[in-house]
Design a binder for this molecule. Structure first.
Ligand code: AMP
Length: 185
């Protein structure tokens, strides 16, 4: 049973690595950003409410995110494990996650912090070409990460739940390191 939380700035490679690792472990890769982009594409109620925040590089309000995460984590395919990518994104989401996992009798193995310097992040994001990857929006997403998400590094570190990985290595090296971490737990 493997349950992991992927933390790290936009462009750190969370999505890529979570996808590879989830695939090799046969557990779902749960990306809140991906769920939201899907909702936007299908113009669901959630998508319509979330779109402006996403386009601006702001966090979508917790009230829209929390039910979505509860629904996803309680689906049957998430019973054998999961990798959470992009959630929690602030301290109140981290508190919600702890409460939710307590309720459904689950815990996670550790929080993986993918560490990548800012210069590398901006280059990666600019070359990705997603709708929210324009230069202004990138700058805002990094700012939002620093102010709202980065405090989680300290929070999980204080609880000895944090494992940092150098995310500026080649993709295969990061994947290998992650597999070693999983095997050692
Ligand atoms: P990501 O794919 O994780 O980079 O997320 C893309 C965008 O979706 C973010 O810039 C936010 O607008 C929104 N988003 C994703 N996850 C969350 C979350 N946990 N809380 C709030 N907004 C989120």
């Amino acid at each position: 049973m493997v349950r992991l939380i992927f933390l790290g700035p936009p462009g750190a490679g969370k999505g890529t690595q979570a996808d590879l690792l989830a695939h090799s472990l046969s557990i779902p890769h749960i990306s809140t950003g991906e769920i939201l982009r899907n909702a936007v594409a299908h113009k669901t109620d959630l998508g319509l409410k979330a779109q402006a925040y996403m386009d601006a590089g702001e966090l979508v309000p917790d009230q829209l995110i929390l039910d979505m995460v509860r629904d996803r984590l309680t689906q049957s395919d998430a019973k054998p494990g999961w990798i959470l990518d992009g959630f929690p994104r602030n301290v109140s989401q981290a508190e919600f996650l702890d409460a939710l996992l307590g309720e459904i009798n689950q815990s996670y193995d550790c929080v993986i912090n993918l560490d990548v310097p800012d210069e590398v992040l901006v280059l990666r994001l600019l070359s990705r070409g997603r709708k929210d990857d324009s230069e202004d929006v990138i700058r805002n997403r990094l700012e939002v990460y620093r102010s709202q998400t980065a405090p989680l590094i300290g929070l999980y570190n204080d609880r000895s739940q944090l494992v940092s990985v150098n995310g500026s290595q080649p993709i295969e090296s990061v994947t290998q390191e992650l597999k070693t971490i999983v095997q050692s737990r």
